[in-house]
Design a protein around this ligand. Structure first.
Ligand SMILES: *Cc1c(COP(=O)(O)O)cnc(C)c1O
Length: 405
């Protein structure tokens, strides 16, 4: 049976709309994904019929809202195959998740300790570590990429040492789409006693992730890149590590007992969930997981790979077009430039044709500096995109080239 893309497209109200009087072609999925009706309905249902604060009321609404929110945690646990449900921390998104861990490491790191960071990281997996290093005297070392945007694993052997406390790296680069060999990185890190944080924001709706099999120490993602709402995400951490990590924010929900002489903290996951959480967002996240499961991550990955191969082959026909990170192991992201044309100009013309792509640095300035370019045009695909849309993109890029050169 083929992939029922037309049926899937009907689940996404926004795909019916027009932009500049043209049917919307949405190729900016790496920035945020679109939302199926099931997710929108879950948000509306919560606010219409269940709205109450959670974990604290004896009344029926509060119980219902708590159950719905905590059920979403179970769904995340199963989706990512975490061992314990307490290992799933609800956050505001990947940026928040990484900051929770980096903040905790401020009291773990000693002067001279080392953190290894990939060269192709999103700024949110660079800056929190720079801040932690600045405060502790720890040192940030960079694991370089090669011309194809792939991490140089031989260099990791030289960088890893007794001082290495942590490696922080993305599962998939948002700028290039390259999939990193995180299994190998995790194994190498563990062999010398270092931990690994993987930024999974760009992987979780495209690749089946099994946290126990990966044996990763910390893993982060954002719901809005997985068909879920904005403002909610996940931090996964191994139970023992999260128990040892100091809390990030103090407040309600995260305490056991509060005295002016001192306070004791709640157990996991509440220790890291101070304050009233994004309840609707958490419930919507659960609905997004259900939706992705109803299609199947393996099916999504296979279909998106077909789209990637097609888009890559077709775009390469355009004279002067260069793809960055043109490798086999990648998700459906095509990051490119055309010789002599600024990416912004291509993006602006494509927008006039109803095609949404991202242009610029993609929150990954070191990657652009590495290639010596101001940015790229990035077409990032999802399972609700089609080959017909790719044809229109390729024609659109060719038209842009004709106009600009
Ligand atoms: C989007 C993204 C982030 C940041 O996620 P937010 O939802 O903005 O917090 C971090 N890393 C990667 C690889 C991303 O794609």
């Amino acid at each position: 049976m083929g992939f029922a893309v037309e049926k899937i497209r009907a689940d996404f109200p926004i795909l019916q709309r027009q932009v500049h009087n043209k049917p919307l072609i949405y190729f900016d999925n790496a920035a945020t994904s679109q939302k199926p009706k099931a997710v929108i309905d879950a948000l509306v249902h919560y606010y219409s019929f269940q709205n109450a604060n959670i974990h604290r009321g004896v009344h029926a609404l509060s119980q219902e809202a708590t159950d719905a929110y905590e059920q979403a945690r179970d769904q995340l646990q199963h989706f990512f195959n975490a061992r314990h449900r307490q290992e799933i921390i609800f956050t505001a998104g990947t940026t928040h998740s990484i900051n929770i861990v980096a903040h905790g490491y401020r009291s773990i790191l000693k002067p001279g300790d080392e953190i290894i960071v990939g060269q192709a990281e999103h700024h949110s997996n660079i800056v929190p570590w720079q801040m932690a290093c600045d405060l502790t005297g720890a040192v940030l070392k960079v694991l370089p990429i090669d011309n194809n945007g792939q991490l140089k694993l031989q260099a990791l052997n030289e960088l890893l040492g007794v001082k290495t406390k942590l490696i922080v790296v993305n599962h998939v680069s948002n700028a290039l789409g390259t999939i990193n060999p995180i299994e190998e990185i995790i194994e190498k890190a563990h062999s010398i006693g270092a931990k690994v944080l993987v930024d999974g924001a760009q992987a979780s709706s495209h690749i089946k992730v099994d946290l126990q099999k990966l044996n990763v120490d910390y893993y982060t993602t954002s719901a809005h890149k997985m068909c879920g709402p904005t403002g909610v995400g996940m931090l996964y951490g191994k139970k023992a590590l999260l128990e040892a990590l100091p809390p990030y924010q103090g407040g309600g929900e995260m305490i056991k007992e509060v005295y002016f002489e001192g306070t004791t903290y709640a157990g996991l996951p509440h220790k890291f969930e101070a304050g009233t959480p994004n309840i609707a967002g958490g419930i919507g996240f659960g609905a997004a997981i259900l939706y992705l499961n109803s299609i199947g991550l393996e099916e999504i990955a296979a279909y998106e790979h077909d789209l990637l191969v097609y888009a890559t082959d077709e775009l390469k026909q355009i004279q002067g077009l260069k793809i960055y990170g043109d490798v086999v192991e990648k998700t459906a992201v095509v990051s490119f430039n055309i010789e002599g044309i600024h990416p912004y100009d291509v993006g602006t013309l494509l927008d006039q044709m109803g095609i949404a792509v991202r242009t610029g640095q993609h929150c990954a300035q070191p990657v652009m500096d590495f290639y010596g370019i101001p940015g790229t045009v990035r077409a990032s695909l999802a399972f609700y995109n089609t080959k017909e849309e790719i044809d229109i993109l390729v024609k659109g890029v060719q038209r842009a080239v004709n106009m600009l050169l």
